[in-house]
Design a protein around this ligand. Structure first.
Ligand SMILES: [Ca+2]
Ligand SMILES: [Ca+2]
Ligand SMILES: [Ca+2]
Length: 370
């Protein structure tokens, strides 16, 4: 009886000792760690990116680092701590790195996410589906009913509103008179006092300069590469204004949307120059926080002309929406002169294509060819 009690006790003691040894911090292998050092993220227009990292193993050494691109196979069993990736396509990409220690254990994974656009100054917006209109409630009558819009194509959109510097260069090159700045200043402030017709003339001039087919004919109709009138936005390959649907999709952050009411935030002051904070003038582009896609001033600063006409919303789903039956063109996003409800991403305005205003400018867009 006494003997068996002692053997059970010894057995338990042995089990506790083994457990203690296994859990002992001096015996258990510590996992290595990987840390980001540098590398671009977000929207980039460089066709090559270098990522660098460091690693540490408290109780041993790093045996190798491995990386992978876009979720592919882990590769590179080596000790180098940087990599230059230069064969990525346009669109979203992910670069990941992990370390392995001398015991064969892996570290955490560090990752860089970026979206590459080959057009300098423009952000690539990947196609997708979203719900257009006042999805929050409390908006204006022309923002409902909401409906689904699908884009079967990708497009580029200006990171910033078109500036006076850019537009004045067009005026100098073509002998047009420069629009008034109302004393707010020119330079990198958004251009104002431009009609829809002026805005598309600028777009056609840019296309000509870059040997792209023009997107508009002399009457303002959208045209394809063979100069045939079209309402199929995927066929217009030159510089143009964004369609109203493209504008709202981009303002909402495209496929990276976090569902904000203003472009990039639910706090209007973070992202927009509007009536309450503008000091009653335009501001240099890009001074407020960008939205999910890296676009600036989609809410506020200046209203932005869109390519298509203003029309009622209907509840049925649409693909590559381009509205072409109305006397007025759309403009979007509110301005320095607008109160907060007017800089919501769902807000809509419209005017004749020959109208101009001290709070009305534009930004450019381009279809990515299939
Ligand atoms: Ca270790
Ligand atoms: Ca704006
Ligand atoms: Ca409105």
């Amino acid at each position: 009886m006494k003997k068996s009690f002692i053997s059970v006790f010894l057995f338990l003691l042995l089990a506790v000792v083994i457990l203690l040894i296994k859990e002992c911090p001096f015996v258990k292998n510590k996992l290595p760690t990987a840390t980001k050092v540098s590398g671009q993220e977000g929207n980039i227009d460089q066709n090559s990116s270098t990522f660098s990292w460091s690693g540490n193993d408290q109780d041993g050494s790093i045996a190798k680092y491995e990386y992978r691109k876009d979720g592919g196979a882990w590769t590179n069993p080596a000790l180098n701590t940087s990599y230059t990736w230069n064969d990525y396509s346009e669109g979203s990409h992910k670069f990941e790195v992990r370390a392995q220690d001398n015991e064969g254990a892996y570290s955490n994974v560090v990752s860089w996410s970026f979206t590459y656009s080959s057009v300098v100054g423009m952000v690539l917006v990947e196609g997708g589906t979203f719900t257009m209109g006042d999805t929050w409630g409390g908006g204006y009558q022309d923002e409902i009913p909401t409906y689904k819009v699908t884009f079967t194509y990708d497009f580029y959109i200006g990171k910033y509103e078109t500036t006076f510097d850019e537009y004045d260069a067009f005026c100098e090159a073509t002998g047009r008179s420069k629009p008034s700045d109302w004393g707010f200043g020119r330079g990198s402030r958004p251009v104002i006092e431009v009609s829809w017709n002026d805005a598309i003339a600028y777009c056609n001039w840019l296309s000509e300069k870059e040997n792209l087919p023009k997107a508009y004919d002399s009457n303002g109709y959208l045209i394809d590469k063979d100069r045939m009138i079209t309402t199929d936005i995927t066929k217009a390959l030159g510089y143009r204004l964004p369609t109203e649907a493209e504008w709202e999709y981009a303002a909402r952050g495209g496929n990276k949307s976090k569902g904000y009411k203003y472009s990039g935030s639910d706090n209007v002051d973070n992202v927009a120059w509007y009536k309450d904070n503008s000091g009653n003038k335009t501001h240099e582009v890009g001074k407020k926080a960008p939205n999910e896609l890296g676009l600036y001033d989609m809410s506020g600063n200046v209203f932005e002309w869109c390519s298509d006409w203003y029309g009622n919303y209907y509840s049925y789903a649409q693909t590559n929406r381009y509205y072409s039956l109305s006397p007025n063109r759309v403009y979007r996003g509110g301005s320095w002169a607008t109160r907060a409800p007017g800089v919501r991403v769902a807000d809509r305005e419209n005017d004749s294509p020959i109208s101009t205003g001290y709070a009305l400018g534009f930004r450019i867009a381009r279809t990515v060819p299939y």
